[in-house]
Write a protein that binds this ligand. Structure first.
Ligand SMILES: [Zn+2]
Length: 392
C-alpha cells in the first residue's frame, strides 16, 4: 500500500531536489560531523552517550552506526565522515528510519479510500494542490484496485497536510532540502496520513506550456522502506492503454476496464527482453518502440515487427550512448525526447534524425527536472516523469 505515494510524488516536486551535495562553501568539517551525528540519531537509532562516558564510548559507537549507514547506501564502509558519506546524508530522502522495523501486514481493508487536504502548501494555490492530487489519484486508481474519494469534512483515511519543522508527530521537518515528506502506514487516526515539508520549493512545473510533473528522487541506493517495490522500468501508452514494464512483467491498464492485467511481457511479445530500459508510443505512426541497451524493437498492431532488434545508432546516437533511461513522444510536435543521464536528446520523427543542438541538459528542456529520469509517459495531457520512486 505504501506505493500509493508514487502518485502523489508524481505530481508535486520540489524545484530544488537536493540539499546536496553543496559545494561546501563555509561548511566546516565540524559542521559535517554534527550533521552526521544528528542524521544517525534520526535514521539509524544512534544514541550518543553523554557526559563523562562520552569520550570513551563514543567513537566506536559512532563509527559503527556510520558503517551501518554506509552499508545501507552501498558506500565504502570506512567509518569516516568522508565526502561521499556526507553527500549521501545531505541528499533528499524520505523521513523514515532506515533501521527501524515495521509491520509488513499493515494494509487498507477497504477498497474506497477517502482523503482530505487539511493544510495547504504556502508555495502552491489550493487549486494547484487539489488538481495535483486529483490527477495522482486518477493515475493510481488505474494501477491499483482502489478508489479515492475526496472528503471535505471529518476524518478521512488519508489526511494530507503541508507542515514545517515540528508539527507534533514526533518527526519534525528540517527546512528546505533533506527530508521532503513522510507518510504513515495504513491505519486509523494518523495512519495513512501524509505530511509534506512546507519549506520545500514545491511546484508544478510548466514545460512548453504543458504541465510537467516529476517525482522525488532518493539517493541512488536506498533499499527497504524508502525504496520502491513498485518501480517501473518503463511506461508507455499503447492505443487506449497504459503499459507499465517491470522486470519480466507488464501491467496493462485500460481506462474503461475495472481490472488491470499483469502478464509476462513474453506472453504477448515473445521477442522482447525482460528489464527493458525505455518505451514510447508514436501515436502518429501507431507504433510502440521498446529499448534495452543499444537495441530497440518496434511493435505495431500488437506484434513485434520483423527485422528487430535494431541498433539505436539508427536514431543518431553515438556509440558512447549505451542505453536510454526513458523516452517520451511529443505528439503535437512529432518529436521524441530521449532521457540519458542528465541529458535530453530530441529526435525529429518526420525527418528521421536527431535535432541539432542536442543533447541538452534535461533541466534546459524540462525546467525543474534536473536529474536523470527512469521512466516517462504522456497521459491525459500530463507528462509524467519518474525519477527514483519514493514510496513508504
Ligand atoms: Zn509529520
Amino acid at each position: 500500500m505504501g506505493n500509493l505515494w508514487l502518485g502523489l510524488f508524481t505530481l508535486l516536486q520540489p524545484a530544488v531536489l537536493y540539499a546536496c551535495p553543496l559545494p561546501l562553501l563555509g561548511v566546516s568539517a565540524d559542521g559535517d560531523l554534527e550533521f552526521a551525528e544528528v542524521y544517525l540519531e534520526k535514521f539509524y537509532n544512534y544514541k550518543p552517550v553523554t557526559g563523562r562516558r562520552r569520550r570513551a564510548a563514543e567513537p566506536n559507537l559512532f563509527q559503527a552506526k556510520l558503517r551501518e549507514m554506509q552499508h545501507f547506501f552501498g558506500l565504502e564502509e570506512s567509518g569516516n565522515v568522508d565526502p561521499q558519506t556526507i553527500a549521501a546524508m545531505r541528499s533528499a530522502r524520505c523521513g523514515l528510519s532506515d533501521v527501524e522495523k515495521f509491520r509488513k501486514t499493515m494494509r487498507w481493508t477497504n477498497r474506497t479510500l477517502t482523503y482530505r487536504i487539511s493544510r495547504f502548501s504556502s508555495k502552491l494555490t489550493a487549486a494547484q494542490v487539489r488538481t495535483a492530487f486529483r490527477q495522482a489519484w486518477k493515475l493510481w486508481a488505474q494501477a491499483v484496485p482502489l478508489k479515492f474519494r475526496r472528503q471535505r469534512k471529518s476524518d478521512a483515511d488519508i489526511v494530507i497536510s503541508f507542515n514545517s519543522k515540528d508539527h507534533e508527530d514526533g518527526s519534525p521537518f528540517d527546512g528546505e532540502g533533506g527530508i521532503l515528506a513522510h507518510a504513515f502506514f495504513p491505519g486509523p487516526g494518523i495512519g495513512g496520513d501524509v505530511h509534506f515539508d512546507d519549506e520545500e520549493a514545491w511546484s508544478t512545473t510548466n514545460a512548453k506550456g504543458k504541465r510537467a510533473i516529476s517525482l522525488d528522487r532518493l539517493p541512488p541506493k536506498t533499499p527497504d522502506k524508502c525504496d520502491t517495490t513498485l518501480s517501473f522500468d518503463a511506461v508507455t501508452g499503447l492505443q487506449q492503454e497504459l503499459i507499465f514494464f517491470k522486470d519480466r512483467f507488464m501491467w496493462r491498464v485500460h481506462p474503461s476496464f475495472e481490472q488491470i492485467g499483469i502478464t509476462l511481457i513474453t506472453s504477448l511479445w515473445p521477442e522482447l527482453p525482460a528489464h527493458i530500459d525505455a518505451a514510447y508510443e508514436n501515436t502518429n505512426k501507431n507504433t510502440m518502440l521498446v529499448f534495452k541497451g543499444s537495441q530497440y524493437w518496434e511493435v505495431s498492431s500488437l506484434k513485434v515487427k520483423h527485422g528487430y532488434p535494431r541498433n539505436i545508432s539508427e536514431f543518431g546516437f553515438p556509440s558512447t550512448v549505451r542505453s536510454i533511461d526513458a523516452a517520451l513522444y511529443l505528439r503535437e510536435r512529432r518529436l521524441t525526447d530521449f532521457f540519458i543521464g542528465g541529458e535530453c536528446w530530441r529526435f525529429d520523427e518526420d525527418a528521421g534524425w536527431m535535432m541539432e543542438g542536442f543533447p541538452k541538459p534535461i533541466a534546459h528542456e524540462w525546467p525543474g527536472i534536473d536529474s536523470p529520469v527512469d521512466a516517462a509517459v504522456v497521459h491525459d495531457g500530463w507528462y509524467y516523469l519518474w525519477k527514483h520512486f519514493l514510496s513508504f
